[in-house]
Design a protein around this ligand. Structure first.
Ligand code: SAH
Ligand code: SF4
Length: 381
């Protein structure tokens, strides 16, 4: 399903395209930079606030564009570490955005490291057997403006909230595409979003702060390497042989390891960025020591860091996380093979625990019960 809004979202435009639109409407092209300064630097909420623009341009803008086409309908801070926004889109669809505040050793402030986790689709079509987003099925791709909107909402909340807001040139330390959906399946919007995040005329965020996580769409991995944006890539491996991976990730039938690994290798070679292999540990499914040994071989071949994530229970799925003892044994094999490896155990500290498995249904029910009698979900604007 495709969603075409009545007005374009300004935050989802590139400078190039917007300049072309302006010129076609017979406005001088230097106005594009002025409009973008209001949108991305001063972060105004309305076109009326763009003080240095002539009336006819403001009128044209209001007829054809809106700044941010979404709104936050629920702001849920579950603990000191994670905060979740439920964001409503123009067609009433709901998505989630997560902010993770993880303290950094030695810094001593609870908000000393911030990661914002963005969704890229409503639901997900890939149906990985361990994932809550997969359970929901797929509704539609997000527009670039709807992805940037999540960032803008979080940045605004954070600037109101944080004692350090004034001192920060960039609101977040990291941006990860680990929310709902498969980033490489919404390729055009993803690339547009990466440009807007990275560009000096946009949000001016260093590419190395941005991580795209993929379940393994091999052709798009190679295509992304050619875009010349030096982002980081994380591959959700979760199985080190086709046999295990086929059991839990249907995508592996289309792009098995002998196709995925060379694509990842090509990405690494072209961009010189260290890859991350994400590996959820699921009890009795993929946590055998033979898998650890195979995983070590793949990590060496790709010069990749391995991030082990003890499985987080998803309602409706019977799997569980392995005992600490079993987790340790798995990691020990990797360390013995001299693989660079981390394992995140503390609840909520893991980005993946917070945003890789969004439980929209639960939140939707919660929002509906909390928002009575004026229910935002039933009142289209
Ligand atoms: N579709 C992309 C990005 C979203 S998922 C991908 O699959 O990479 C982001 C991360 O969260 C992935 O590594 C995913 O495998 C992980 N994840 C999903 N369900 C999880 C669960 N129940 N416990 C821990 N991590 C999970
Ligand atoms: Fe989709 Fe990623 Fe979840 Fe798989 S792990 S169902 S690709 S969101």
């Amino acid at each position: 399903m495709r969603f075409t809004p009545n007005k374009k979202g300004l935050i989802g435009e590139t400078l190039e395209e917007f300049t072309a639109d302006l010129e076609q409407a017979k406005f001088p092209k230097y106005r594009a930079k002025q409009v973008f300064d209001w949108v991305f630097k001063k972060k105004v909420h309305s076109i009326e606030e763009m003080l240095n623009l002539p009336v006819d341009l403001k009128l044209w803008l209001s007829e054809n564009y809106e700044i941010n086409p979404t709104k936050v309908v629920l702001d849920k801070r579950s603990n000191d570490i994670t905060q979740k926004f439920l964001v409503q889109l123009g067609d009433q669809s709901l998505i989630e955005t997560v902010l993770i505040r993880a303290p950094q050793v030695g810094v001593g402030q609870s908000d000393s490291r911030k990661t914002v986790c963005l969704s890229i689709q409503v639901g997900c079509a890939y149906g990985c057997k361990f994932c809550a987003s997969g359970l929901l099925g797929f509704k539609r791709n997000l527009l670039a403006s709807e992805v940037i909107a999540q960032f803008m909402h979080m940045a605004e909340m954070d600037s109101k909230d944080s004692v350090n807001a004034e001192k920060r040139s960039v609101p977040f330390d990291n941006i990860v595409f680990m929310g709902m959906g498969e980033p490489l399946a919404n390729y055009d919007a993803l690339v547009r979003v990466l440009k807007i995040l990275n560009a000096p005329w946009g949000l001016n965020i260093g590419a190395r702060r941005i991580t795209v996580s993929t379940s393994g769409l091999a052709p798009q991995i190679e295509q992304l390497a050619d875009e010349g944006i030096g982002i980081r890539l994380a591959i959700s491996l979760h199985g080190a042989t086709n046999e295990v991976r086929n059991k839990i990730m249907p995508i592996n039938k289309k792009y098995p390891l002998e196709v995925l690994i060379p694509a990842a290798e090509a990405f690494h070679k072209k961009l010189g960025r260290m890859l991350t292999l994400e590996y959820i540990l699921i009890d009795g499914i993929n946590d055998g020591l033979d898998q650890a040994r195979e995983l070590a071989k793949i990590a060496h071949r790709l010069h990749a860091h391995v991030n082990c994530i003890p499985y987080n229970k998803v309602e409706g799925l019977e799997w569980k996380r392995p005992s600490i003892n079993r987790q340790n044994k798995f990691v020990k094999v990797l360390k013995k093979e001299r693989v660079s490896v981390t394992i995140r155990r503390e609840k909520g500290h893991s980005i993946n625990a917070a945003c890789g498995q969004l439980k929209l249904k639960t939140d939707l029910a919660l929002a509906q019960s909390e928002s009575q009698p004026s229910n935002p979900f039933n009142s289209p604007q």
